[in-house]
Every structure is written in structure tokens, then in C-alpha cells.
Design a binder for this molecule. Sequence first.
Ligand code: SF4
Ligand code: SF4
Length: 184
Amino acid sequence: MDENICTKCAKTNLTCCSITNRGNNILFSLSKKEINKIQTYIKNNNFFNIQENNYLFISKLINLFPTEKKNILKKFKIKNNLNNQKQQKENFQFYHFTLKLKQDRCYFLSKQGCSLPRKIRPFFCQIYPFWVIENKIIIFNDMDCLAIKKYKSISKLLKVFKTSQDEILFLYQQYKNNLLEEVG
Ligand code: SF4
Ligand code: SF4
């Protein structure tokens, strides 16, 4: 991540690390492995929420990973009132993890940008503003992202964020695998 441009962005209050008019990317789902990695680094577990799954969450996840629709529906279930309530409460298939917010901004967002080292951040954060569709790198349609506004092309953005196509593909695969790993 280009610390300078993301620090500038954090000062404008439009950063991708907060909920803004343009959307709520920040509510992406975290895998247990990502939570463990952050927990080990910051030595507390106050940074995440456990959210009940709903149709909006699942449809957003399918938009992110269209080829994984079947696995997403297997792993992330929505509570059904007709089923046993106690059993549902104990079943983690009905929940997902998100980063905690402080006044609509990520728990880790400081005035200088993200307070976590890049390698400790969730995969989604390490990948953003890139994404992968059919094994090709794309950039999110985020016209408020200062980096996209300034650099526009994927090749320039890869340089600005000091990353490469291979690294983005790797991080994307890691995120997908970790998120769906318990699908039987
Ligand atoms: S962990 Fe860091 S990069 Fe990710 S949303 Fe929070 S502040 Fe932004
Ligand atoms: S990735 Fe873009 S939107 Fe996110 S903090 Fe950096 S410049 Fe801002």
C-alpha cells in the first residue's frame, strides 16, 4: 500500500477503511486465520464483530466470488426460524466476522492511515483497490479512491502500491481459501 497516498486519503475521511456514501467495503468478511494473525500481533481481541448472516451479505460475497457460489451457500447459512433455535445459536455457519468500527471507521484506522503493518492486515485490505475476476487483475470501481483518481491504470497502481500481479493473485487465493476452508 502506498502509505503516502493512503495517509492523505485518511485525512479526507473518504478512505476505503470507513463507511462512506459510496459504500461499505469495510464490512468484508474476515476468516478465522486472519483474526488469529491480528490477535497474535496486537494481543487483544477487541477488533472484530460477529455478525449474523443475511441475504445482502451473502449476495455481496457471491458478487465478489461468482465462481464460488455453491461453496458460499454451503458455508454461510441464513437462520431459519423453523429450525431449532438453540442449535442455530451455537452454529457458526450462521455468522461471519467483520472488523469492528469506531464511528463508521475501522478500529485500526488512525490519522496516518492503517495502524497495522501491511502483512498483518486482512487479505482484502492488502488486495484493495485491486480484485481478481477470472484470474485477471481488475481495479474496483471506486472513484473516490485517491490512488485510482491519480494513477488510473493497473500497471501504475501496482507500482504505487509496491505490489505485483503475482502477489495480488496469491493474496486473492489465500483470502478465498481461508474464507471457504471449512466447506466439506
Ligand atoms: S485493517 Fe487497516 S487497511 Fe484494513 S480496513 Fe482497517 S484500517 Fe483499513
Ligand atoms: S486504497 Fe484508495 S481509498 Fe483506500 S486508503 Fe488508499 S487511496 Fe484511499
